[in-house]
Design a protein around this ligand. Structure first.
Ligand SMILES: Cc1cc2nc3c(=O)[nH]c(=O)nc-3n(C[C@H](O)[C@H](O)[C@H](O)COP(=O)(O)O)c2cc1C
Length: 201
């Protein structure tokens, strides 16, 4: 299995896929089990993943994604969704293994953190999916698969297609498969000096 830093370096947004390839089911399960270990605030795990198996649904999503070919050609298409209200949905299960004292401290903390704060609820759901997304892409790469994260689609159209529940949001789509064509050269990375600030802006 690929070493972590190699996976980080070799993960690229792949848009051309081998249409004869597939993701072995055991690999898919291993990737998704790794995803479930991604960190989330208060361990809320907002994410809910739609694995698109129907070709009809896949082609509808491709249409909603302005015809992006990777949606049709990749071996797997996953829509990363999140429940913005997961924080209020039986939160005690997020700390099922913690002792009662810890649980009794966390519950009111979580309630006051999210109650009535719609923007924070949405931000948190998106953050959780961002964490899941990177784990998914690196785990896939470690097992020899390529991915493309995507936000280039009409989110309302995709929400309709997958019958997204009311309080949920779509964070992104990720395609998984085997590259048929390598990624272009990197677009151009900012220097660490530009991206990293010490103490304050
Ligand atoms: C949230 C997100 C959305 C993206 N949406 C698309 C997309 O809709 N279509 C596409 O071809 N690439 C998409 N990309 C890929 C980026 O263009 C790509 O990650 C970036 O240029 C860096 O290249 P690399 O991933 O190969 O290192 C997206 C990436 C991210 C993280």
């Amino acid at each position: 299995m690929m070493e972590l830093f190699s996976a980080v370096e070799q993960r690229r947004a792949i848009k051309h896929y081998d249409t004869d390839a597939s993701v072995a089911e055991a690999d898919f399960q291993q990737i998704m089990q790794a995803v479930l270990l991604s960190p989330t605030s208060y361990n809320i795990q907002h994410w809910r993943f739609v694995r698109v198996k129907s070709r009809d649904i896949r082609l509808k999503i491709k249409d909603a994604a302005w015809g992006q070919q990777q949606v049709e050609d990749a071996s797997e298409v996953i829509v990363l969704c999140a429940d913005t209200q997961a924080w209020a949905d039986r939160p005690e299960r997020y700390w099922a293994n913690a002792d009662e004292t810890t649980q009794s401290i966390l519950l009111p903390m979580l309630q006051s953190f999210y109650t009535g704060k719609e923007q924070t609820q949405r931000d948190e759901a998106m953050r959780s999916c961002g964490m899941a997304a990177q784990t998914l892409m690196l785990a896939a790469k470690a097992l020899g698969y390529d991915t493309c994260p995507m936000i280039g689609f009409d989110e309302h159209a995709v929400a309709d297609i997958i019958q997204l529940p009311e309080s949920y949001v779509i964070s992104m789509i990720i395609t998984i498969g085997k590259a048929a064509r390598a990624a272009n050269v990197r677009g151009g990375q900012l220097s660490l000096a530009e991206a990293l600030v010490e103490d304050r802006f």
